[in-house]
Write a protein that binds this ligand. Sequence first.
Ligand code: GLU
Length: 478
Amino acid sequence: MNRVRTRFAPSPTGFMHIGNLRTALYCYLFAKQNNGDFILRIEDTDVERTVDGAIDIIYKTLNESKIYADEGPLQGGNFGPYVQTERKDIYMKYALELVEKGAAYYCFCDKERLDSLATENGIKRYDKHCLHLSKEEINERLARGDKWVIRQNMPTEGVSEFDDLVFGHVSIPNNELEDQILIKSDGLPTYNFANVIDDHLMQISHVMRGNEYLSSTPKYNLLYDAFGWEHPQYVHLTPIMKDATRKLSKRHGDANFNDFTEKGYLPEAIINYISLLGWSPKGEEEKFSMEELIEKFSISGLSHSSSIFDEAKMKWLNGEYIKELPFEKFMELATPFFEKSKIKGKYSYEKFGKLIQTRIEILSEIPEKVDFLAEFTPAEGEMYFNKKFKIDSEVAKKVLEKSITVLENVSDWNEENLHAAIVKTAEEMELKSGVVYTVLRIGLTGVMVTPGGSPEMADILGKEESLNRLKLSLEKLK
Ligand code: GLU
């Protein structure tokens, strides 16, 4: 087999959509698994759709995702330039070669004429009008500066066939293929032409892309044939859907990488999750590192039907990744979210971090998990009511009274000493320690459910604030 070379060929039209990122991932995994090359090519020939800054977003997204190109605009390589608008002359040279061979032709038809073409099933098809112009007439019109495009001259008979590694045998009657434009009036190529020239010149062995290109692939193969070039292998990928009927779509602003990282998804988790959208590993395991994905990925595991994007599942997986982060790394990522919370500048992020690292699925849940501690309203008597520990507001009042005196004497205010003080209080009152833990937790926070127990809450609040709150809570019960 030739050296495996795959390419990711995004158009710089905005944020990186999840479907595109998945294509990049599969291209990368397949290349790396085969010790081949992964190439990044920027397809920017649709100048009107190009968005400023979008190329940088592509670089940044791939980098954060740890999908590293061997060749590309930043990396360089022997097959550059890797930005299509910088390859304009190359396309023109090959287009003229096709014109020479009769496989393509100049077309001068204006909009009016194109608009007047007969419609077939709602689609206007070019009628090969300019194919029949004489050489003299073409030269005269070119010299005159008339507007032109170059079109592919499709055969009108026969069938085009090829084998796709996912979709199997594909066969399309040639008379269904339109004489598509190869070079536009601005002198730049269409995708339909540039992809063929570049995939050949860049020695791409496997073309992996969305299946919206499946039905156009026979046209591309006819171009390869006209040049006498070998076809690449094709791997068309099924779409990722928002639900049963709607595709996730960049144009509708759905699901892009950047939105997810801003919400506090880790790139590793996003990559892991999207690897499974359209590919099924053997076995039950679903959590994979990039190295494992490189080892396990297989074209035979690619799905023939579309997959549905399930954010809840990605969230769950992200939670698994968060749990496994080394604490320092977790804090580095979590700090910006603590900064957005109400405890900002009040309480230790680290102490809270220890309590919530295993309790959140995405980092943006941090404020809602910690905000409760920043505002304090003493609890009403009913909140203390607890069947298991036989607590009612009378018991709560006694526990608060006693605890306040015990805690006032704790000089070294830390979790360990606070635990000891609580146990001591319980012993002296002949109560289960759970009773004291529970009453203090509510007394300190005014809420029932907290991410840590009372010693942790008291430790975060500090001695002065803790005692103040306990006194207010006691007042409330009187
Ligand atoms: N520029 C095309 C796109 O973004 C690339 C398709 C391909 O991979 O060939 O859809």
